[in-house]
Ligand binder design. Structure first.
Ligand SMILES: NC(=O)c1ccc[n+]([C@@H]2O[C@H](COP(=O)([O-])OP(=O)(O)OC[C@H]3O[C@@H](n4cnc5c(N)ncnc54)[C@H](O)[C@@H]3O)[C@@H](O)[C@H]2O)c1
Length: 335
């Protein structure tokens, strides 16, 4: 298959592109290599895949309608995985426009490209943050998610709504994936595992938000990618049992599906930190701080819909995943 992977220099996009290449697909990788975090890390990820004969890289921004139109015309991808986005909850408080540009304007350009070039299936990243103010655990795709707590979450929920209209109007099969706190080798420098590891190894204190009372359904990147590729292969179909009298939010009478991809096993922040300390061989000095605006105290994924559809659920234990990350970090940065 010829697959367009947007955000191919990003954490999840790079791992996804690598997996598709390994199984023989042709990958068109798009990324604008922006400086939201260290560009050298994005370039280093790209170097891992750039030499592959089936990989073609296009440097462009999602919000550049002309460039995206040109890309679809030139490369004619059969399927699309949209992972490029402005990520991060806290950054959305200071830079709201970046989220509208990449996640809203950018996403409409992807939808239009898919529509006009008869793409067989669009799979796109949503986020556990869409559960916002919900407290009924575990979070299920069958719940209502109309109370986002950050603009980032609102843009991801908007993507789900926009995708539904294209599934309804043009019969474009669309699958939205709500990822739960993804971690692992080549991870993002703005996320807690990377920040904590760097500081612990440097002997610097770490900031522990919500006084350590957070818990997160941390999900290992290989499990996320397995879920992405399996859902890519299973083209979204209309749900024959969908009823407008009692509308299931996760399906439709249009070819529209939503899945959580999470570990189904929330981990307390203090235990998470103790695993990093163990892997790093050092104890952290901790600065306890209050809950940050926009943050939610707990996430916990119900993955029944995913398991039923593609016969897979994430399974990497947190201890193993953290060990893999710390090993990668030490090798990559020579610490
Ligand atoms: N990592 C997580 O825990 C997590 C959780 C939930 C959802 N997600 C979503 O998964 C997707 C991938 O996340 P990630 O962790 O790999 O993030 P990332 O920031 O590492 O990757 C995103 C990539 O997209 C590129 N990009 C950003 N805006 C762009 C634009 N306008 N045009 C072209 N390229 C652009 C960036 O340069 C980056 O390389 C995102 O949509 C994110 O919102 C991630």
């Amino acid at each position: 298959m010829k697959v367009l992977v947007t955000g191919a220099a990003g954490f999840i996009g790079f791992h996804t592109a690598r997996k598709l290449l390994a199984r023989g697909d042709v990958v068109i990788g798009l990324d604008n290599l922006n400086d939201y975090y260290d560009v050298a890390l994005k370039e280093a990820r790209l170097r891992q895949i750039e030499g592959h004969e089936n990989f073609h890289f296009v440097r462009a921004s999602l919000e550049d309608a002309e460039a995206i139109g040109e890309l679809f015309l030139t490369h004619k991808p059969e399927r699309v995985i949209n992972l490029a986005a402005q990520a991060g909850v806290r950054y959305s408080l200071e830079n709201p426009h970046a989220y509208i540009d990449a996640n809203i304007v950018g996403f409409i350009n992807i939808l239009e490209g898919c529509r006009h070039h008869a793409v067989e299936h669009l799979v796109y990243a949503s986020s556990s943050s869409v559960y916002g103010a919900n407290t009924l655990m575990p979070f299920s795709v069958h719940q209502n998610v109309d109370h986002p707590l950050s603009l980032y979450a609102a843009t991801k929920k908007s993507n789900e709504l926009m995708a539904h209209t294209y599934a309804h109007l043009y019969g474009l099969p669309v699958t939205g994936l709500r990822f739960f706190t993804v971690y692992g080798p080549w991870g993002r420098p703005d996320m807690s595992l990377f920040l904590f590891t760097r500081k612990i190894l440097a002997g610097e204190p770490i900031d522990v938000f919500n006084n350590g009372h957070h818990s997160r359904d941390f999900t290992y990147v290989d499990d996320i990618v397995e879920g992405v590729v399996r859902t890519l292969d299973r083209v979204a179909q209309p749900n024959p049992n969908w009823s407008s009298d009692a509308p299931d939010p996760a399906t439709s009478n249009a070819p529209y599906r939503l899945y959580n991809i999470g570990n189904n096993n929330p981990v307390e922040l203090m235990y998470f930190i103790s695993c990093i300390e163990k892997a790093a061989g050092r104890e952290a000095e901790k600065n306890f701080l209050p809950l940050q605006p926009g943050d939610v105290p707990k996430t916990y994924a119900d993955v029944e819909a995913l398991t039923e559809a593609v016969g897979f659920r994430p399974r990497t234990p947190i201890e193993q995943g953290i060990q893999n990350f710390v090993k990668w970090y030490r090798d990559f940065y020579g610490v």
